[in-house]
Design a protein around this ligand. Structure first.
Ligand SMILES: Nc1ncnc2c1ncn2[C@@H]1O[C@H](COP(=O)(O)OP(=O)(O)OP(=O)(O)O)[C@@H](O)[C@H]1O
Length: 232
């Protein structure tokens, strides 16, 4: 089976500091993968390398057998750590902009999710709360028919009640052959929707297991295992 994402010996050095060291990783299609690790462990660095926003110091990353570039941007839908959406625009204008920019943007799906989450699409971004802005961006990203969705800390500002709804409707309302890679510290909230978990520690991939195998092997939740492994 052709893999969706392949990293071989992937290394990123900032000056003399290794943010990512010799990382080997293969992800197949059709799974929701949690990218977990303490602050500074290299999650955003890995995500930026996959998106071609950083160049590896060593090793390589391939998406659908292609190096990051124009072609991979068409099949990756990326939610960055920090907002890339213009604050003065109205939500409806951002939807139109996305529809214009991305061939694979599904306007009906976006509008249905905005309606479900009761977000006023006439509102300007700057007038929305932090959590609502996050919802808007997540909806925009998940409304593309992509093969790989990469979400860097998508729901930190969303209240816990809305989180459940978002995780179950938005993250599961996507093409089942696609893969979602989510970096988050909200492990308890998210672990029920995850198929696989990656642990990053000081730039090293220290765990790559299915959630079922974690529960069977260690007899504990992903959150409990994370707290044990990364105990300060
Ligand atoms: N541009 C840069 N120059 C120098 N060091 C950097 C740069 N970007 C990141 N780093 C360092 O690389 C390491 C990994 O950072 P990264 O942002 O990938 O971590 P992270 O796991 O995403 O952290 P967090 O959970 O806090 O967002 C950190 O020690 C960080 O300080």
């Amino acid at each position: 089976m052709k893999s969706l994402l392949e990293c071989q010996g992937l290394t990123k050095k900032y000056n003399n500091f290794y943010a990512l060291s010799n990382l080997d990783l293969t992800l197949e299609k059709g799974q929701i993968v949690g990218l977990l690790g303490p602050n500074g462990s290299g999650k955003t660095t890995l995500i930026k390398l996959i998106n071609g926003l950083l160049v590896p110091t060593d090793g390589r990353v391939m998406v659908e057998s292609m190096a990051p570039g124009v072609e991979t941007k068409k099949i990756i839908s990326y939610l960055p750590e920090r907002s890339s959406v213009s604050e003065h625009m109205r939500v409806k204008d951002i939807i139109a902009y996305f529809a214009d920019f991305y061939d694979n943007f599904n306007v009906e799906r976006a509008n249905a999710m905005f309606k479900d989450l009761e977000i006023d699409t006439h509102a300007r971004m700057r007038t929305l709360s932090k959590g609502t802005k996050e919802k808007v961006q997540l909806i925009l990203v998940m409304s593309r028919d992509a093969e790989l969705y990469i979400l860097d800390e998508p729901i930190g500002g969303v209240d816990p009640a809305a989180r459940d709804y978002i995780l179950h409707t938005i993250l599961t309302n996507y093409n089942e052959n696609a893969t979602i890679l989510i970096s988050t510290h909200l492990i308890t909230d998210i672990e029920n929707v995850l198929d696989r978990v990656l642990f990053l520690q000081n730039g090293h991939l220290t765990l790559n297991e299915t959630v079922d195998d974690i529960r069977t092997k260690w007899g504990k939740s992903v959150d409990a295992l994370f707290r044990e492994v990364f105990k300060c």
